[in-house]
Design a protein around this ligand. Structure first.
Ligand SMILES: *Cc1c(COP(=O)(O)O)cnc(C)c1O
Length: 382
């Protein structure tokens, strides 16, 4: 069994994907041009925004979005400590400062009450906060209306890190379309994945879109005329064609993921009530980039030891919160700074999840998990 079975997906759409790849090679349109434009057009229409810009990765997209808002050294951006490193990394790369706010333990997303308090404190300290970078973790968006309201109160921009949430809905609107900018990733194992790196930035703002287009090709708008200091952060044409071929099946894949999640939760609630299944807010949908449960009371690491022995795939998203990563030790934030994020890092466990997982495979996973919990309890009692 695989954690994400991309082979099965390939076998299902093989002809479409093969012909999309060969088409690019035949036309030798390797850098930008129609293949990238076609994907940009299709995904902008899907999300319901005016501009979509194909970029080299989700990380590139986040970096370019921050560059397009002209984030300056010493300025601050509010974000979550419970995410993949890229979210905070791009802020630090521009010599700006990530200001972490703890998560809501139920959804794992930024706690908006804590955010207000943090902003008030930073304002009082005379800091120059420029933006909020919320992450739609595991494929579910945070309370975006509330975040946008806070942003307008404090005069901030909002960039959604939607690297895990493409296709997710909040109040019937799609992820990547709520804020000043939204950024997704086509990393192979993401819900809409390429066969290598890729990403996309979404915005309704024509000036930011133009700036990101300019920055992704060495700051040029006309050839060899470099108006900005940019980088090479283009979406590869072959990757664009692959993503477009897979996009034709995206809505059915989301349904399959949601059905798999429903089956997991049903099994867990029946058999292993001490495990906490994912909570999806009533006004939202989740695309389950990860199906992530909580295993309480210090049992998680014993459970994963057992799963490893049994050959049942799993992952931990994420074992160390960003503020405790060595790369961020300069911020001086020790253990205890963000209790809910730290507790989540000790308790979360992601189970195999993709659109092609079978109910039988899910039953094997849950059966293994049930036995793992039994073994872990026994050891703990001794
Ligand atoms: C995957 C991911 C990224 C980075 O995307 P890449 O395409 O791998 O650069 C950023 N943020 C989050 C939350 C992610 O899950």
């Amino acid at each position: 069994m695989k954690f994400v079975d991309l082979g099965r997906q390939y076998q299902s759409y093989r002809q479409e994907i093969d012909s999309a790849i060969h088409e690019i090679i035949k036309k030798t349109q390797f850098i930008l041009g129609k293949p990238v434009e076609d994907l940009e057009t299709a995904l902008a229409a899907y999300v319901g925004v005016k501009h979509a810009i194909g970029v080299g990765s989700g990380t590139d997209g986040l970096l370019l979005a921050l560059m397009a808002m002209d984030l300056r050294p010493g300025e601050e951006v509010i974000t979550t400590p419970f995410t993949f490193i890229a979210t905070a990394e791009v802020i630090a790369l521009l010599k700006a400062k990530p200001v972490f706010v703890d998560i809501d333990p139920k959804s794992f997303n930024l706690d908006t009450g804590e955010m207000r308090d943090a902003l008030a404190a930073r304002q009082k300290a005379g800091a120059k906060v420029r933006g909020i970078l919320p992450v739609s973790l595991y494929g579910q968006c945070p309370d975006m209306d509330e975040i946008n309201e806070i942003a307008s109160e404090f005069g901030l921009l909002v960039i959604e890190d939607a690297c895990q949430s493409f296709g997710a809905k909040y109040k019937n609107r799609l992820s990547c379309g709520f804020n000043d900018m939204g950024v997704t990733s086509f990393f192979p194992s993401k819900p809409l994945g390429a066969y290598g790196d890729g990403g996309m930035v979404f915005t309704d703002d024509p000036e930011k879109a133009d700036m990101i287009r300019c920055l992704r090709v060495h700051g040029q708008r006309a050839r060899y005329k470099h108006e900005e200091i940019g980088l090479n952060a283009r979406l590869d044409s072959i990757q664009a064609a692959i993503v477009l071929a897979k996009f034709a099946h995206f809505d059915e894949e989301i349904k399959a993921r949601q059905e798999a999640a429903r089956h997991y939760s049903e099994l867990i609630n029946q058999k292993i009530p001490e495990i906490q299944t994912p909570v999806v807010m009533p006004d939202r949908t989740c695309v389950y980039a990860q199906y992530t449960v909580r295993i309480p009371k210090g049992l998680r690491d014993q459970v994963t030891g057992f799963l490893k022995q049994e050959g049942i795939p799993f992952a931990i998203h994420y074992p160390v919160p960003v503020h405790l990563q060595p790369a961020f030790k300069g911020l001086g934030l020790g253990p205890g700074s963000f209790p809910y994020a730290e507790k989540a890092a000790e308790e979360v466990l992601s189970l195999p999840m993709h659109a092609f997982i079978t109910p039988e495979e899910q039953e094997i996973v849950i059966d293994g998990l049930e036995r793992a919990i039994g073994v872990a309890w026994t050891k703990k009692l001794k």
